[in-house]
Design a protein around this ligand. Sequence first.
Ligand SMILES: NC(=O)c1ccc[n+]([C@@H]2O[C@H](COP(=O)([O-])OP(=O)(O)OC[C@H]3O[C@@H](n4cnc5c(N)ncnc54)[C@H](O)[C@@H]3O)[C@@H](O)[C@H]2O)c1
Length: 370
Amino acid sequence: MNDSATTKVGVIGAGTISGIYLQNAAWLDDIEIYAIADLRRAAAEAKSAEFNIPHVMSVDELLASDEIDIVLNLTTPDAHAAVGLAIINAGKSLYAEKPLALTLAEGSALVEAARARGVRIGSAPDTFLGAAHQTCRKLIDDGAIGRPIGATAFMMSYGMEMWHPNPAFYFQPGGGPMFDMGPYYLTALINLLGSVSHVSGMVTTGRTQRTITSQPLAGSVIDVAVPTHVAGTLQFASGAIGTLIMSFDVAGSLLPNIEIYGTEGTLAVSDPNRFGDPIALKRPGGDWENVPLTHAYSANSRALGLAEMAHALKNGTPHRANGAVAYHVLELMWAFHESAETNQHIIIQSTCTRPASMPQEAFLGAPNVN
Ligand SMILES: NC(=O)c1ccc[n+]([C@@H]2O[C@H](COP(=O)([O-])OP(=O)(O)OC[C@H]3O[C@@H](n4cnc5c(N)ncnc54)[C@H](O)[C@@H]3O)[C@@H](O)[C@H]2O)c1
């Protein structure tokens, strides 16, 4: 490992999501973006110029660099496992965009390879480390809603083909509403309620083809290869029960993002794809109360999980957005689909502990706007 105060990070994947990571890396104290690589070298060069990244490399050059301790994998889901394994096999810690991998076999190969090499594995999402979800976590842990007995989680959208510049991957394995957005909702629920012991699910597909309306591919047709409307139930190990819908088929809905129901109240949890949206609490017989956020990182702080992993690596402590959580989430996502196929409840084999709650004050750097 290099000895400087910051950990040097190499980035593979210079597409749509890379911008916010590269922007936030500037204020996150523990990390420094050292190099960027992409199959499309011009894309890497453009990000290097925009965000003052010192080196543009090929993937092989980046993996061979002794300067780099962590590699951030921002490739499309189909490449997550192969690129992730190459990163680990190069002796570097991996922080991956979600989903961890396409299949359980690939996901467990990544976790096992990281264990064998003695490197870290971390994964998006990191929104659960933000102000809103950490405030909710503290409220639950402090007993504000009594004993949690249930949860609902709804991601109701009409799809991605109207905004993403190259949206085909959202309708291929690794995409679909569950594999694309499920990680936010399931990770949020694990942060609040802990691991899941079994699930049941049903799936359907609204449209077998999608016409892209975003630029530059407007008019192109995508064949849909995955279910686009998934409904399910989850039994948490704690005894609480969750109800969930993840959809790319809903033109509009008034359902909330996430609610947690306890013996002494309901917690309205904000969008798990965001860091600091408002939250509210209702006790039996009372009115809804808006609850001020008590924790740091309410602005878009994507890359917080990467920085927290670098911080933990330096200090020899466990990191929060970790491989065990990401693998548990991957198993849950598959289980909804497997349950639908087999008409059975699926017993979940993996488990994970709730990541430690975050300190209330900012300890990874201060964003310009918070
Ligand atoms: N776009 C978003 O808003 C968003 C939000 C959160 C998470 N994500 C996740 O981030 C990841 C990337 O999404 P995106 O929207 O940036 O995709 P994108 O298609 O815009 O960019 C992906 C980039 O990865 C490169 N790439 C693919 N395979 C590669 C390989 N083997 N080696 C090197 N480079 C390779 C591509 O050339 C491309 O530039 C996905 O896992 C997605 O789920 C995206």
